[in-house]
Design a protein around this ligand. Structure first.
Ligand SMILES: *[C@@H]1O[C@H](CO)[C@@H](O)[C@H](O)[C@H]1NC(C)=O
Ligand SMILES: *[C@@H]1O[C@H](CO)[C@@H](O)[C@H](O)[C@H]1NC(C)=O
Ligand SMILES: *[C@@H]1O[C@H](CO)[C@@H](O)[C@H](O)[C@H]1NC(C)=O
Length: 388
């Protein structure tokens, strides 16, 4: 007990000197709300964090530095939760695997390239698809995660991009995977049972191939958009994940594309993709999900608070206050409407991220719908494999 108090005291001493050099004083250490009955509570929580997330810091200096980040995150999360509570949102921000990272380290997870850095994308015409009239009556909520086609779930497990900012590649691959899966089922119905057996395992396609080969601005880990990935997949097809596995460090440098050494699971000129008209996005996205059973890839503005999301429906648009050009991508897999815990009716999207299932709500987030939250509805992309 005594030694813990002493450590905390010493740490606070060090931080009160350091913290003068920090850019934003709002996160100042002086604001820690010390629990009188348990003054070491935060430090004990940090020790639990170290165990839970298997942190190995190289020395005491790094440990102190990481504790400092942890306390800043703790303070931010507390303020955010108070802020959204007042606004009647039911979002919960919390401590997670990113909590000992600095602002810059969190920002490095995001793409530096947004829609203005990429050429225009052709619009997707969902009207060209044969759709039975009766299914035009869309249900109030629908989630592709619960959907099975041919006896297996169409949405695969949550993936992990690690420290490389190739969210865009994961979003493109996710779209291609589901389109392939849904298409194979259709083929199965039309062709033979043997094909069904052959393809009864969900094929996860290669995010690494897309990240290595499709980045238009240098290394895949510096970022791009889902449409960059989809354009590549359209022209080149794609290997499976097992064939061309993911490594977060591989695309830190450009020029490592190794597609020609890997068999194609998805053939070139098979996938059709296109942008979703932003003026009718809500309807078109729900329609793609329910009628075509394919997700919609999205790119949106982001800020570091997104990393602290834990559960509930995200409504705060603090991305707009961010001075920097940071974008993130993922896929929308469902939509719904609910009365939140504050008694407000809120419409939302179910968003699948690529930060593993220990982020957010088991790897997913709910994001407010039909408000173009952080431009999430402005740059949607759909994809499908046409039946011949
Ligand atoms: C990822 O980045 C964080 C902070 O930037 C660092 O602490 C961590 O060690 C990195 N992980 C790997 C596997 O490189
Ligand atoms: C992308 O475009 C934006 C807006 O035009 C610009 O501010 C930004 O610097 C560009 N990003 C890069 C990395 O070139
Ligand atoms: C990536 O590089 C970091 C730092 O060198 C290392 O800690 C990490 O294990 C590497 N990740 C993979 C998947 O090889």
């Amino acid at each position: 007990m005594l030694s813990l108090s002493l450590i905390s005291f010493l740490l606070l001493q060090i931080f009160s000197i350091n913290c003068l050099s920090f850019d934003d004083m709002e996160d100042s250490f002086f604001e820690i709300k010390i629990d009188r009955d348990d003054p070491n509570k935060l430090f004990k929580e940090f020790e639990d964090f170290i165990v839970k997330y298997k942190r190995v810091y190289k020395d005491e200096i790094e440990k102190k530095f990481r504790y400092e980040q942890y306390v800043r995150t703790h303070n931010r999360v507390q303020k955010l939760n108070e802020k959204v509570e007042k606004l009647g949102h039911d979002t919960k921000y919390g401590i997670n695997k990113f909590s000992d990272r600095t602002k810059d380290e969190i920002n490095s997870l995001f793409s530096k390239y947004g829609p203005s850095n990429t050429s225009n994308v052709p619009m997707l015409d969902l009207n060209n698809l044969r759709v039975k009239r009766e299914v035009e009556h869309l249900p109030k909520s629908f989630n592709l995660r619960n959907k099975k086609v041919g006896g297996r779930y169409v949405i695969g497990p949550v993936k992990n991009q690690g420290n490389c900012s190739c969210c865009w590649a994961f979003a493109a691959t996710a779209l291609a995977e589901v389109a392939l899966s849904v298409h194979m089922k259709k083929l199965i119905v039309r062709l033979s049972e043997s094909l069904y057996v052959e393809h009864s395992i969900f094929q996860t396609l290669s995010d690494q191939e897309v990240c290595d080969c499709a980045a238009p601005h240098g290394p895949g880990c510096s970022g791009a958009l889902p449409t960059d990935g989809l354009e590549y997949i359209k022209n080149t097809g794609l290997a499976t994940d097992t064939e061309y596995p993911y490594n977060e460090n591989r695309s830190l440098v450009a020029g490592r594309c190794d597609a020609h050494n890997h068999d194609r699971e998805l053939n070139p000129y098979t996938l059709v993709y296109g942008g979703i008209d932003p003026f009718n996005a809500e309807h078109l996205i729900t329609r793609a999900l329910f009628n075509q059973n394919v997700p919609v890839a999205v790119a949106f503005r982001t800020s570091q608070t997104f990393a602290y999301y834990k559960e509930g429906i995200l409504e705060l648009q603090d991305c707009l206050e961010s001075e920097e050009n940071h974008w993130h991508s993922g896929i929308i897999v469902g939509y719904g409407k609910t009365i939140n815990s504050k008694g407000r009716e809120v419409e939302y999207w179910d968003f699948k991220n690529s930060w593993d299932n220990d982020w957010g709500d088991s790897g997913y987030a709910r994001i407010v719908r039909s408000q173009d939250w952080c431009n999430i509805e402005s740059y949607g992309v759909g994809a499908y494999i046409p039946e011949e």
